[in-house]
Design a protein around this ligand. Structure first.
Ligand code: GLC
Ligand code: CA
Length: 540
């Protein structure tokens, strides 16, 4: 099996993982220093197989690296190309793959291509971006920018508007221009040749916009942001995207063992057919993110629906993946918060994420139960929060420094952290939780290592089910003679559960109420008793 199918991917937000030089911002040397934490080849470490790095290229940081001013270098905040190559080498030594973020829907407004493009209508790079004349003295159409305001900015000097899906400082590239494609493919080749194992493609369904620039219709549904009150039919998901992705697949597959995973914005949220369409017939992206869990409420039937719909949408040829948290959304522990059962729920979702059929994507800090916490207005960094405060507090709350220990600044930095620390860092930190075999951290570690040894969990079939009270979501993973049942009580009450008739349970292996790997034979009866938010992995 390819590494990207059976491995566990861990997303690092580089600014927030580990600072090595005391400037309060995480960096590549910091990541190198923590590689053994992620996977030192023994069962003592977490045991992940790949790292996805949010952008580390030179950037003026209007959107913290998602606005790139040079695609073939490293921002000095994080290090340089030499340190990056060292990271690659050190990671590979530990059998950890490196996935880079590829942000090519737009560049920074300070990228030399855009500086050239905006300098004159006659610039050779003019058509590398999207420039349009005013229509009746106004914007060419009604498209809105994701972070607020119109998607068009008027440029006094040349009397035209340019298009930006996000900030004014993030002009969109014109993918209809073959020179753009050529330049970007060349850059991708540069990283492939260096030995990078894969790419996460930022907002991959936005590259092409309607060829006729028609207005988007509006929606009755009232979202907080005007952007959410628009039906996005003309500013994304254009048919041209598929041909481009087939060409990209050909390029990437020329090298052995490389992968692509795309971020697909879903409209409406949760519609899994949209990301599924970007797999093509296993000839476009290797994977597209399924963000349905990010939008679904807690509950056995809600969660089962996500899995069933995704499995159905992908069909036989395409490989699933699951995500509970990332740098753009409230962390799942916070979304599913209940005062008393936080840890039980966090363990339940960990067991689910790491045993579903497909690639699990973890977000740094979820293994220690870091919560999203509102950052005070004076400390806000994220432009999204600044624009929509107080209605949308922005994404700083899920980008807080990793908590390594209970000491000063949680072991993240000796300087002033760029974002305030998670308030519970003295209780929830790596050091403390590693010492406790019953902690959330230990539970993640135990599942990951158990999964490594199981063909059924990595590569087996999946059959899902729900009990008649709709409180218990369960599924079975099987390959050859190996079989596991995962049982999850989503209710906050004690719940009786009658094992399905065709199960022949041997023993309980993992239990979110007990530390460590279990070896408990189920003998009493087929009626088992589940505690609130109880989760079990049962050998069948
Ligand atoms: C993606 C990124 C997000 C960024 C945006 C613009 O959604 O995940 O963090 O702000 O693209 O590049
Ligand atoms: Ca630093």
């Amino acid at each position: 099996m390819s590494w990207w199918k059976d491995g566990v991917v861990y997303q690092i937000y580089p600014r927030s993982f580990q600072d090595s030089n005391g400037d309060g911002i995480g960096d590549l040397q910091g990541i190198i220093d923590r590689l053994d934490y992620l996977n030192d080849g023994t069962e003592k470490s977490l045991g992940i197989d790949a790292i996805w790095l949010s952008p580390i290229y030179p950037s003026p940081m209007y959107d913290f690296g998602y606005d790139i001013s040079d695609y073939e270098s490293i921002d000095s905040t994080f290090g340089d190309l030499k340190i990056f190559q060292k990271l690659l080498k050190e990671a590979h030594k530990r059998k950890i793959k490196i996935i880079m973020d590829l942000v090519v829907n737009h560049t920074s407004h300070l990228h030399p291509w855009f500086l050239d493009s905006r300098s004159s209508k006659k610039s050779g790079k003019r058509d590398w971006y999207i420039w349009k004349d005013p229509v009746d003295g106004k914007e060419p159409n009604n498209f809105l920018a994701t972070f607020g305001g119109k998607a068009w900015t008027f440029d006094e000097k040349t009397g035209q508007y340019y298009y930006h899906s996000f900030l004014t400082e993030q002009p969109d590239l014109n993918w209809r221009n073959p020179e753009v494609k050529e330049a970007i493919f060349k850059m991708i080749q540069f990283w492939l040749d260096m030995g990078v194992d894969g790419f996460r493609l930022d907002v991959v369904n936005l590259y092409y916009k309607d060829a006729q620039w028609r207005d988007n219709p509006s929606r009755i549904f009232k979202g907080i942001r005007p952007f959410d009150r628009m039906v996005h039919i003309y500013d994304r998901d254009q048919p041209e995207m598929h041909e481009l992705l087939r060409d990209l697949r050909t390029l990437v597959d020329k090298k052995k063992d490389r992968m692509t995973v795309g971020e697909v914005m879903m409209d409406p949220p949760g519609k899994v057919e949209i990301p599924a369409s970007y797999y093509g017939n296993n000839d476009e992206l290797h994977m597209a993110f399924n963000f349905a869990f990010l939008y679904s409420f807690w509950g056995a039937s809600n969660f089962k629906k996500v899995v069933d719909e995704w499995e159905a949408a992908l069909g036989e040829d395409n490989w699933p993946n699951y995500t509970l948290s990332n740098h753009d959304f409230r962390r799942h522990i916070t979304r599913y918060h209940t005062r008393k059962l936080d840890m039980e729920r966090a363990k339940l979702t960990a067991l689910m994420l790491l045993t579903l059929r497909g690639t699990p994507f973890l977000y740094y800090g979820e293994e220690i139960g870091m919560e999203s916490e509102r950052v005070p207005k004076k400390d806000l960094q994220d432009p999204l929060g600044i624009t929509y405060w107080p209605f949308h507090p922005g994404r700083d709350s899920e980008r807080k420094p990793m908590c390594w220990d209970g000491g000063k600044n949680g072991g993240f930095t000796t300087g002033n952290p760029w974002l305030p620390l998670y308030s519970e860092y003295e209780n929830r930190n790596v050091k403390k939780m590693q010492e406790d075999p019953g902690s959330l951290w230990s539970f993640y570690r135990d599942i990951i290592h158990f999964r490594k040894k199981s063909k059924a969990l990595k590569d087996g079939s999946i059959v899902t089910g729900i009990d008649s009270s709709e409180k218990v979501f369960y599924f079975t993973r099987a390959k050859g003679k190996e079989k596991y049942h995962i049982v999850m009580n989503f209710s906050s009450e004690d719940t009786p559960f009658n094992l399905p008739e065709d199960w022949i349970p041997k023993k309980v292996i993992l239990d979110n109420y007990e530390p460590g790997i279990q070896d408990r034979t189920i003998v009493e009866s087929r009626d088992i008793h589940l505690k609130p938010c109880h989760a079990l992995l049962i050998e069948g």
